[in-house]
Design a protein around this ligand. Structure first.
Ligand code: SF4
Length: 226
């Protein structure tokens, strides 16, 4: 499931080039959807804060597929409200992903990290590996990397205190290619440093056809709960 208590964002690094959220926001704006009346501008949505209380059973929730929760324009008070909801609905598992790792680090000690909150940073190439260092220092119980879209090699990563690495290639008409060697390099580092490895997709123009096998195998490891 996805839950979007905030919408909108601005680009920060090369991984943002073909941002899905930007394309979708403009499409929803053109369709007249009220929540996207300001397109891709940063907006907070108080009325969306109640949504997780209405879900039956336990859900796995991707938080903010249409935004970045730690964007500097999102007030800390609102981030805290999002965390309050996650803290009060322990039956759901929330995956929060950001490219604003430095702000995450600045704010983490003011937030309540219940074990149902998995915190991740995007790492698309070696220019942004400092995000891993910021994440490592936070109090999140489960920490993960999303190496997607992987657009360059990631050698010699320090995966200490990291629980899970997801790798995927970019998809779409202008998708930047992902080398098989980059994927193997990351897989080996996960193996050596005992980190769960999940291979999501090759991507490309026809991502269904390209599939998600690596030398005939699928890799679907998940992090262990603490
Ligand atoms: S940080 Fe994420 S949501 Fe924001 S522009 Fe980049 S890819 Fe899009």
């Amino acid at each position: 499931m996805t839950w979007n208590p905030t919408t909108g964002c601005t680009k920060i690094s090369a991984g943002c080039k073909f941002c899905y959220a930007e394309v979708m926001s403009r499409r929803l704006h053109a369709m007249g959807v009220e929540k996207y009346k300001d397109g891709f501008k940063i907006r907070t949505h108080e009325d969306s804060l109640q949504i997780p209380y209405s879900w039956k059973g336990s859900k796995v929730v991707f938080v903010n597929s249409m935004s970045d929760l730690f964007h500097p324009e999102i007030p800390f008070e609102f981030i805290q409200k999002v965390f309050d909801v996650m803290n009060h609905t322990p039956q759901h598992t929330y995956q929060v992903l950001t490219k604003r790792a430095e702000r995450l680090y600045e704010l983490h000690h003011k937030l309540n990290w219940t074990k149902n909150i998995w915190m991740g940073v995007s790492v698309e190439d070696e220019r942004v590996t400092d995000r891993i260092d910021f994440l490592r220092e936070t109090s999140a119980k489960i920490k993960f990397l999303s190496c997607e879209p992987l657009i360059g090699p990631l050698r010699n990563m320090n995966l200490e205190n990291i629980d899970w690495v997801i790798v995927g290639g970019e998809s779409g008409r202008k998708a930047r290619p992902m080398s098989e060697q980059w994927v193997w390099d990351i897989k080996m580092q996960c193996q050596e440093q005992e980190v769960a490895f999940f291979f999501k997709q090759w991507g490309g123009v026809n991502k269904k056809k390209a599939g998600r096998e690596l030398a005939g195998m699928t890799y679907d490891d998940m992090p262990l709960h603490p």
